[in-house]
Design a protein around this ligand. Sequence first.
Ligand code: SF4
Length: 227
Amino acid sequence: MKINFIKAKTILVKSKLPASDRVINPYNGCLFGCMYCYAAQIGRWKHPDEEWGSYLDVKINAAELLKNELKKLYKRLKTRNFGSIFFSSVTDPYLGLESKYQLTRKCLGVLVDFNYQGEVSILTKSPLVLRDVDFFKKIKKTEIGMTITSLNDQVSRFLEVKAPAVSLRFQALEKLSKEGLSTYAFVGPILPYLVNKEKEIKNILDKLESIGVKKVWFEHLNLNKKN
Ligand code: SF4
């Protein structure tokens, strides 16, 4: 595993994703190294010779940069709401080393201090997200999501080798819901032969409903050869 400490030029980036206006990636790369990850393709621009999941760029100036960018936007737009902010599109904001470097937590702290008025949305595969419940409760509107690929730890262990097992994600979602936070599940990719049966999808939805999750996104499997 190769860890690079870098200074990013920008951190609050306009998003091309359908449900978010801006995105924050405190890291480049992701050590969970999921087999189906579309971000692997993006990572190849900067790390053409390295395997996805074997490197991580740690943006050491992420929080400081965010503070400055929020200030500049406020000066220009005279509002504390720049739309929905999503953590993260090309990394997992709660990958294991986040417990050490705490870049996601520091960025959330900046948003709290700024009294951010827009929505902050999180998507992760890790129960480490529970660490930041204090900040989520201080932000005006938050939504915390977990990627759910199946009901079976063996399937998640096979496809998302270094990510926390899916059973731990369900447990984390339940705890977040019990804390009164708005939660969602990102069910995807829908895996041919593994979870694309109607009954399996229904079982996932039933389980999500039983733990207080009210919103679900679905995504098909990306079979782009470049991945
Ligand atoms: S956790 Fe997300 S960003 Fe990380 S490898 Fe898996 S799909 Fe990609």
